[in-house]
Design a protein around this ligand. Structure first.
Ligand code: ADP
Ligand code: MG
Ligand code: MG
Length: 883
């Protein structure tokens, strides 16, 4: 196979599409060359040669040597210079370039080919000895650093000493003679440190640099980076060898970097920086402050140093033209590097530029208007998960973060407040207008009102589908869970973090997008939804096939979700309604009742409250589909747990504390998630279902009268494993429906379906579908029951699993396609075999995860349902899944 691809003089053996072979940098250099842009001639050694180098035990193979020689000759022909010649010597840059740009790879070596003789020739040629010696000292410093492994700082010390000795401030003040002296000091230093001379043979220098690029592929930093980002070690890196052009050849020379559009706002104007009389690394190293490329940029930054536009208007014109041409060609914003040598502009790199979410939106929309890309392409340009940044306040990226704890990024956005340790304190603080962060070891349904009142929530235990995480996401409240590096000392009301102990009232900031806890108040950026957002979402809505619903328990959540574009409710968890205010007492009365009669009496009190909830939901949703799940959690979740609470509750209910304690103990379960919950409750206590069904149907009648549009309630039975379970519950629902219709003198359309959240249900879907009119995949429980991993305890070992490479993703965040996914496709297929028009949806947390949404599209689900703040993400992801 071909190991070396040449480029130069308007011709190139490679193209942009060859980036897997040539690396990103090499492929784009070839592409720019074939577009006829001014690129210094050079060649790229393919990435496979790097792998071969390792196969050969870190040796360069003879075939590569020959091809490199051919490559060198091509550069020599194109430049009319010769590598190593004592007259018109050719100098080279040697650069690494993998398929994707990667920190930890070798730095670039510039000015390669200089030695004690060629430096004279270079100075003579250019008529500038100072430039030649400056280049030579740069070369020695870089080569010694990246190839010979000598820290560049010791060279800088020498340079500083010399400047001090000569009384100079700036490097530009050093003369040819000064630099020559610096070079001799550098060479002495190398001999002292390494016991060998700086290599004078250009061939040896070249192979030294190529070998160093190959070797850097296996540097510790590069290896770690690849592990973190799942990049295969077998890729290897390409090497780019290119003729030097000189930005340090006097005041008509310069070097710089630019974006073809503004990467933070997306505005369509060139944006970048340059330095006069400098080489590339000076811009990055920050030795001198760079200047703005455009006049506009100069004015905006308040600088009085001239822009490139003013200083070198001709080169600027060429640069602007090239940027426009590159954009038209790549149809995307480019990030470029250039050098101007005595007025002539050379292109050294181009790639698609990184940008903020806001800029990404604007650029995509503008490019559609400019007819550079289609609406489909624009939709594909936005990474759905980045929409979070647009919907929540975020921490100003410029601030230094003082991290005192880390956990899981459970609900995005950042929040600041004083710490409190109970839900009651959070509620009290809200009433007084104080902002607080609620700290709990873990939350339970009783904390809901406090979670609402707090600006943010922090727990030290629990995973991404723990109660705190699910509820916070639903509310759109920033939340960090499972911050195991922190400890809550409840008795003394203290939070112990990394190197700090905080007490009640101290201020912290949590970053729910990063899973970090920071000390004190931190500057934030407020979200702003621009018109670009609306247009992109409009295109996404036109393209997607699946509907996007929301998981909402209250009219307020439902309203928020509608504003984000939700097209129905995919999951209303009715139990959340039973924790509010007075209801918990009535609920407890029901649970503690001696017999059915007592239960019915309590349920009669709950009925009007539930009816009101549903009327509210139906009214907000105005005829859109609403799926209501019947009571799901084990009953003891509603009862007091600790002794003090038991005493209080017993007193409030007028019963003996001992009797209550006994009842609580009787309801205790060893494994509640697999215990007396879901439809099992409905079968034990059918009167609960009857009350809930009545509330739903009566609310449907009321809402239909109020809004004039009929709702079609979808009643969902949780945790079904057997068809007979569903039959039993459905019978009760149908009976109540008949009664209510007769009473109201009105027909109500409704559906009864089930959640598929047990493997047995998935496997028996064809049978269950005989009774179920829809399925909704409850993937939180389905993941839990398929893996046999408790979702509340997963955070204790899932991170270890990920670190040790046992699993790639947390299956509670991104659907496990192979296992859980297969059960879903089996259930979908078997369910539709029985009932071919059956509506299928997903309502687990995965309904808001872009990769999981993609999966739902491929198996043909009808809708995904997610928390309100994820609705825009799901709309976009669902569109991308069909493009
Ligand atoms: P990075 O991946 O860090 O951007 P590059 O390989 O792009 O590394 O090189 C860094 C800098 O070196 C470039 O921005 C450019 O200024 C300079 N450089 C690279 N090749 C040449 C060359 N042929 N002539 C002059 N300068 C060069
Ligand atoms: Mg670069
Ligand atoms: Mg469930």
């Amino acid at each position: 196979t071909k190991l070396v691809y040449t480029f130069g003089s308007g011709q190139a053996e490679g193209r942009a599409r060859d980036h897997d072979v040539l690396g990103g940098k090499g492929a784009n250099l070839a592409e720019m060359c074939s577009l006829g842009l001014p690129v210094p001639p050079g060649f790229t050694i393919v990435a496979d040669a790097c792998s071969a180098y390792y196969t050969l035990g870190r040796r360069i193979d003879a075939g590569l040597k020959n091809e490199v020689r051919r490559g060198l000759e091509t550069i020599e022909r194109a430049t009319g210079r010769q590598f190593g010649a004592k007259d018109r010597p050719l100098l080279l840059s040697v650069r690494s370039g993998a398929r994707i740009s990667m920190p930890g790879m070798m730095d670039t070596v510039l000015n390669l080919g200089l030695n004690d003789e060629t430096v004279q020739a270079l100075g003579h040629d250019a008529g500038d000895a100072r430039f030649a010696w400056d280049s030579y000292r740069r070369f020695i410093q870089m080569y010694a650093d990246v190839v010979m492994g000598l820290d560049h700082e010791i060279f800088e010390e020498i340079l500083e000493d010399q400047k001090a000795r000569l009384g100079h401030e700036l490097e530009t003040e050093l003369t040819a003679g000064d630099w020559q002296h610096v070079v001799s000091l550098y060479k002495e230093l190398i001999e002292e440190e390494l016991g060998e001379e700086f290599p004078q043979d250009p061939e040896e220098q070249l192979w030294g640099a190529i070998g160093a690029v190959f070797a850097s592929w296996m540097s510790a930093r590069a290896v770690t980076y690849r592990q973190l980002h799942n990049i295969p070690g077998g890729w290897g890196t390409a090497v780019n060898v290119q003729a030097m052009v000189f930005g340090n050849l006097g005041n008509a020379s310069a070097t710089g970097v630019a974006f073809t559009r503004n990467p933070s706002t997306g505005e369509r104007s060139l944006y970048g920086e340059f330095l006069v009389n400098a080489q590339g690394e000076d811009v990055v190293a920050g030795i001198r402050t760079p200047q703005s490329i455009t006049e506009e940029g100069r004015i905006n930054s308040g600088s009085d140093r001239p822009s490139l536009e003013k200083l070198m208007p001709e080169a600027f014109e060429v640069l602007s033209g090239i940027c426009a041409e590159l954009e038209a060609h790549y149809r995307d914003m480019q990030d470029i590097e250039f050098t101007i040598e005595r007025g002539k502009l050379w292109m050294l790199q181009t790639r698609s530029g990184k940008r903020s979410t806001k800029a990404a939106m604007k650029i995509a929309v503008d490019m559609v208007d400019e007819k550079l890309i289609t609406e489909e392409q624009a939709v594909l340009r936005i990474e759905p998960s980045t929409l979070d940044q647009l919907l929540h306040p975020t921490i100003d990226p410029r601030v230094d973060r003082q991290v005192i704890g880390t956990g899981l990024p459970a609900s995005p956005g950042a929040a600041t407040g004083a710490i409190v340790f109970t839900a009651e304190e959070a509620v009290a603080a809200e009433e007084e207008g104080r902002k607080v962060i609620l700290l709990r070891v873990e939350t339970s349904p009783e904390d809901i009102h406090g979670m609402h009142a707090a600006e943010g929530i922090l727990t030290t235990r629990g995973g991404m589908t723990s109660h705190a995480a699910v509820v916070a996401r639903g509310m759109g409240v920033p939340c960090v869970v499972g911050a195991g590096t922190m400890r809550i000392d409840l008795r003394n009301e203290r939070l112990i973090g990394v190197g700090v102990t905080l007490k009640k009232g101290d201020i912290i900031t949590i970053d729910g997008s990063a899973g970090q806890v920071l000390k004190g108040e931190v500057p934030m950026i407020q979200p702003e939804l621009s018109g670009d957002f609306g247009r992109i979402m409009g295109w996404a809505d036109r393209l997607r096939r699946m509907t996007v619903r929301t998981n909402a328990d209250t009219p307020a959540d439902a309203r928020a979700a509608r504003a984000f574009g939700a097209e129905g409710i995919g999951l209303c968890r009715t139990e959340h309604m039973f924790f509010e205010g007075e209801r918990i007492h009535v609920m407890r009365e029901m649970i503690l009742a001696e017999d059915e009669k007592g239960r019915r009496a309590a349920l009669d009190k709950l009925l009007p409250m539930q009816r009101l909830d549903f009327t509210g939901l139906f009214t907000v949703m105005h005829g859109l589909p609403v799926t209501i799940r019947l009571l799901d959690p084990p009953l003891h979740e509603f009862l007091p747990k600790i002794e003090e609470e038991i005493v209080d509750v017993a007193a409030a209910m007028g019963m003996e504390a001992a009797a209550l304690r006994q009842r609580v103990e009787a309801l205790h379960e060893f494994n509640p998630m697999l215990g007396h919950r879901g439809c099992r409750l409905a079968i034990s206590y059918p009167e609960i279902v009857e009350m809930q069904a009545r509330a739903i149907f009566e609310a449907a009648v009321a809402a239909a009268q109020e809004t004039g549009s009929a709702v079609v309630p979808e009643i969902m039975v949780p945790l079904v494993g057997l068809r007979s379970e569903l039959d039993y519950v459905k019978e009760r629902i149908d009976a109540v429906a008949g009664e209510v219709m007769a009473e109201a003198g009105m027909k109500i359309d409704y559906l009864v379906g089930t959640m598929i959240e047990l493997p047995r249900a998935a496997l028996r879907a064809h049978k269950i579908a005989e009774a179920a009119e829809f399925f909704s995949f409850g993937t939180n429980d389905l993941t839990q029951t398929t893996f046999g991993i408790s979702r509340d305890d997963a955070s204790a070992f899932i991170p270890t699993y990920q670190r040790k490479g046992i699993i790639e993703h947390d299956p509670f965040i991104s659907l496990d396609f192979d296992g859980v996914g297969e059960l879903i496709s089996i259930a979908a297929e078997r369910g539709r075999r029985t009932r071919n028009d059956m509506k299928l949806g997903i309502c687990g947390e995965h309904g808001g995860d872009p990769a999981s949404i993609h999966f739902c599209e491929t198996i043909g689900l009808d809708y995904v349902s997610c928390s309100p703040f994820r609705v825009p993400i799901a709309r976009l992801a669902a569109a991308q899944a069909v493009i």
